[in-house]
Design a protein around this ligand. Structure first.
Ligand code: GLC
Length: 550
């Protein structure tokens, strides 16, 4: 696909987009203003010592990269970089996938030793996100732009599972480039769920696509990509899938099991935190990129309304801390009408024993799921980190999540950052919930396994909340093992000590996640591309809980 040219007047940063205010979004067109650093960026760059603002600005200006093979993180460093960094860059470059000579993504794993390839030789949308961030942070935006355009083209395909046609806006979970050496042609096959194990469509792909488009725009200052009619249409198609009216009584998004990073049956159907946090972040990102033309305005109005309702719902009903747990423990059930306190009719007897011991006096988190008479109390790392990055969590809640991480370091991090969820499910519950899945046995894979890729999200959340020392601790753990173990996909065990039962080696997002974490710590202003500041208009009426007052 021809890449659009970049007129000069479109070159600006998107920092103004983050300071959006819901009322303004509705009635004023966006102004193109010069790059101005937001408060968050300012305070973050103050954390990074040794570099002047000029260095940071140079590193972000489009086309500033003049070193072809040397990562910028090397050049900027005044101290010797960890030897893993160079190796990680090499491995990341090895995983690049080309379509007609252009880099369009990275494969999931480059593991030649593994007998079973399955679909690990494909470019997964969610897996490419940390690769994309690494390339953007290193001043190499082209591969990201190509990826965004290629997946946008794939979105336009007609998608079917047997005789059923999928929604127009669905983005693929993954795609593969087929090279024909004889005819010298490249073709693409994509999977929208029709080949996936379990045949479930990836709800997260569209959200990651929007989030990545914003990251690209913010990092390069190039507005011309997001402003093309094709990208604007792509955003609107994704949004139409989740903003349409139906039977919903909640602003959260109803999902099937396995529709996101946890792509197998794991009892995450319903309203999983991972999807709700990504949904929130994608809505805010879309709001900052949609044009105020006739079609755009219609969506902007819908987004604004949904964001109000979604943030209220999440901050009140998904939030759990000591006080809230105690309240649920004392809930009455069968309350009818508007005066009900226990709105979803959660049975106190369904609270699992572990959560009473797990909950510190100080700290809290967003639970895994909330639906009628069903609260999934499990902790999920991705959803909680994205809640911090998108400012779905209020500043108090963000701090409380970090407090919990510190308090429960042994459980949530152990010897290898970071558990995908906590705790695992076992025995009878495992049989019922996973359908006896041999890959998701206790403390393995999606069932309480430890995933190095989550390090980048943890690091970004630490920087955003002003607690980089927590990220450093996690990075130290990673540096003591990941390279020696050949960059596995996940680790098993209560402490995350063992290389995962069926973990791929040279898993690209483990490699890229490490690089992104390192680059963000070196230059914290990088997190601007993946973080959104708090919107003052969305402040909910929240009871202060004991964890914040004691
Ligand atoms: C596994 C993971 C999924 C990932 C894929 C490719 O299926 O569960 O999240 O996208 O592998 O790495």
């Amino acid at each position: 696909m021809e890449c659009p040219k970049e007129p000069l007047e479109s070159q600006c940063s998107l920092s103004e987009m983050d300071d959006f205010d819901l009322t303004r979004a509705l009635d004023k067109p966006r102004l193109k203003i010069e790059r101005k650093r937001s408060f968050d960026e300012r305070s973050m760059s103050e954390l990074s010592t040794g570099y002047s603002r000029h260095d940071l600005d140079m590193a972000h200006s489009p086309g500033s990269r003049s070193f072809v093979d040397t990562p910028l993180s090397y050049v900027r460093n005044s101290f010797e970089p960890h030897p893993m960094v160079a190796e990680a860059w090499e491995a990341l470059r090895r995983s690049m996938v080309f379509f007609r000579g252009q880099p369009v993504g990275t494969i999931a794993a480059y593991d030649h030793a593994s007998e079973e390839v399955l679909n690990y030789d494909q470019v997964f949308v969610r897996d490419f996100v940390p690769s994309a961030l690494a390339f953007l942070m290193n001043g190499e935006p082209d591969i990201v732009k190509n990826f965004l355009l290629k997946t946008l083209q794939l979105q336009g395909w007609e998608k079917r599972v047997d005789r059923f046609k999928l929604g127009e806006g669905v983005m693929p979970a993954s795609f593969k480039v087929l090279h024909d050496p004889v005819r010298k042609t490249d073709t693409i096959v994509a999977d929208f769920g029709e080949s996936a194990i379990g045949r479930v469509a990836p709800v997260d792909s569209g959200f990651w696509w929007i989030i990545l488009l914003r990251a690209y725009t913010k990092s390069t200052g190039d507005l011309t990509l997001s402003e093309t009619p094709e990208c604007q249409r792509g955003i609107r198609l994704i949004l139409s899938l989740c903003l349409s009216e139906g039977f919903d009584t909640f602003p959260t998004l109803l999902c099937a099991d396995g529709c996101s990073m946890v792509d197998r049956r794991m009892g995450v159907y319903g309203y999983p935190i991972e999807i709700q946090a990504l949904f929130f972040m994608a809505l805010r990102s879309a709001l900052s990129m949609l044009k105020h033309d006739e079609e755009g305005r219609e969506f902007i109005e819908k987004i604004v309304k949904r964001l109000h309702a979604l943030s209220f719902h999440m901050r009140n009903y998904f939030w759990l801390d000591f006080q809230q747990l105690n309240d649920i423990y004392r809930y009455k059930t069968e309350e009818y009408s508007h005066t009900a306190v226990n709105k979803f009719n959660v049975m106190p007897d369904s609270i699992p024993d572990w959560v009473f011991d797990f909950m510190p006096l100080r700290g809290g988190y967003f639970v895994g799921n909330v639906s009628p008479a069903r609260m999934d109390f499990r902790w999920f790392s991705l959803g909680n980190c994205v809640a911090i990055l998108s400012s779905l969590a209020t500043p108090d809640q963000s701090m409380a999540i970090m407090d919990l991480l510190e308090h429960r370091w042994e459980e949530l991090v152990g010897e290898m950052p970071l558990k995908i969820c906590y705790p695992c499910i076992e025995s009878h519950e495992w049989r019922i919930v996973t359908g006896c899945d041999p890959k998701n046995t206790r403390w393995s894979y999606h069932n309480g396994g430890s995933w190095p890729v989550l390090l980048w999200m943890l690091t970004a959340a630490c920087i955003k909340t002003g607690r980089p020392q927590i990220a450093r601790r996690a990075i130290d753990l990673i540096e003591s093992r990941l390279h020696r173990d050949c960059w596995p996909e996940y680790y098993d065990g209560k402490l995350g000590r063992y290389v995962g039962k069926q973990a791929r080696k040279y898993q690209t997002w483990s490699i890229a996640g490490y690089l992104v974490a390192k680059m963000m710590l070196e230059d914290p202003s990088h997190i601007g591309m993946i973080s959104l500041e708090e919107d003052k208009q969305m402040k909910p009426v929240l009871r202060r809980s004991a964890s914040w007052t004691c």
